[in-house]
Design a binder for this molecule. Structure first.
Ligand SMILES: Nc1nc2c(ncn2[C@@H]2O[C@H](COP(=O)(O)OP(=O)(O)O)[C@@H](O)[C@H]2O)c(=O)[nH]1
Ligand SMILES: [Mg+2]
Length: 347
């Protein structure tokens, strides 16, 4: 797992010369991307994906509420595990407040606590649940994908390209992370797998110039959707800002309304760090929506609720694995139920 610099440490520093970096635990995209159990199984797979979040929370709640009466100490223990799950202090206090109200010295079962938790999380997430949609009247529809190194940008582009290709759209993938040769190759693999066009330059080339060429080519070909991958070196905020601003400026030369979407890809395993990344990338790139990845590998899925509460940005999709089919449209209620460790579907 790549280590992420905290977003606070983003003072301008001298830009390192482009050089090969060790790859973040890079794997080739899986080849077994049959449509295994697609629709029917996806709630189950979300639960499985979020198992770590839900077992941390659900297990904690069961442990606290199985035997004890509701008192200040019980509520404090609950608040602690909610905060540990990265739900944020405000939400944690709201939930414990709601659970405590009128119930002191009475029994409350873990099931009831989980239901209230799920309800609160869903209430915050429901307004930001928004499928990722392209405007078919805009061609090419240009999607700039941003986020820190290792967050899952390239993989998410591959998964989105697969969905778009399945829907019959023509797609171009633009290897705007020109910093590392391996990043270019990785996107090229996704392009081949999904039947998307692919455009790249040598390591160290100017991503804005590449974006300009890509736009010209996409217009000439009548491509429906252009996904632009980026490097996202957060350790140098000024450099990042300049790089992204230049890409946007150049896109606007060919189409004043581009980019039509700016997706921020966040790695759920970074917990609270995802919050500060959201702040930085909103500022430098005008983010229009979120994708949260790696919810299969963490007990920290709650951070999405904290981010939604604070930033109110649309959440389009979640990544629950590395396979091509492991990108799920975001469903607030299912997510909330999974996080809370409820084993039944929310009504
Ligand atoms: N478990 C899991 N791994 C993921 C997910 N999304 C991406 N990855 C992996 O995370 C690593 C970094 O992803 P990558 O797309 O290269 O990140 P980038 O640097 O932002 O482009 C790769 O090994 C991916 O396979 C996800 O939803 N779940
Ligand atoms: Mg990448």
């Amino acid at each position: 797992m790549p280590q992420h610099e905290p977003a606070q440490n983003v003072e301008p520093q001298p830009e390192p010369a482009p050089q090969p970096e060790p790859e973040p635990a890079q794997k080739k995209p899986h080849e077994d991307d049959g449509q295994e159990g697609e629709k029917s199984g996806w709630l189950a797979s979300l639960r499985k994906g979020l198992a770590k979040s839900s077992s941390a929370l659900g297990g904690g709640i069961s442990g606290i509420f199985a035997r004890r009466k509701l008192d200040a100490e019980t509520l404090q223990d609950l608040e602690d595990i909610l905060i540990q799950a990265d739900l944020g202090v405000d939400m944690a206090m709201r939930i414990t407040g709601r659970i405590g109200k009128g119930r002191y010295d009475k029994g409350i079962g873990p099931g009831e606590v989980k239901a209230i938790l799920a309800e609160e999380v869903a209430r915050v997430l429901k307004p930001v649940e928004q499928p990722f949609e392209i405007d078919p009247g805009t061609r090419p529809f240009v999607v700039l994908v941003v986020g820190v190194n290792g967050s899952g940008k390239t993989t998410t582009i591959g998964k989105l390209a697969a969905i778009a290709r399945n829907e019959g759209h023509s797609v171009m993938l633009v290897a705007g992370d020109t910093f590392r040769a391996a990043a270019v190759e990785q996107l090229g693999v996704w392009a081949r797998r999904t039947g998307a066009d692919f455009i790249s330059r040598d390591t160290g080339a100017d991503p804005a110039a590449l974006a300009f060429d890509a736009m010209r080519e996409a217009r000439a070909k009548g491509t429906d959707i252009v996904f632009i991958d980026t490097a996202g070196r957060l350790q140098n905020k000024k450099g990042l800002m300049e790089e992204l601003a230049k890409i946007v400026r150049v896109l606007k030369k060919t189409d004043e309304s581009a980019p039509h979407a700016v997706l921020l890809v966040l790695d759920a395993t970074t917990g609270q760090n995802a919050m500060s990344q959201t702040e930085v990338f909103r500022e430098v790139a005008g983010v229009t929506g979120l994708v949260m990845t790696k919810l299969d590998g963490t007990a920290r899925g709650g951070i999405l609720a904290a981010i939604a509460e604070k930033h109110k940005l649309p959440v389009h999709a979640i990544g629950v694995g590395e396979k091509i089919t492991d990108l799920q449209p975001f469903d607030a209620e299912a997510f909330a139920a999974a996080i809370a460790g409820l084993d039944r579907e929310p009504s």
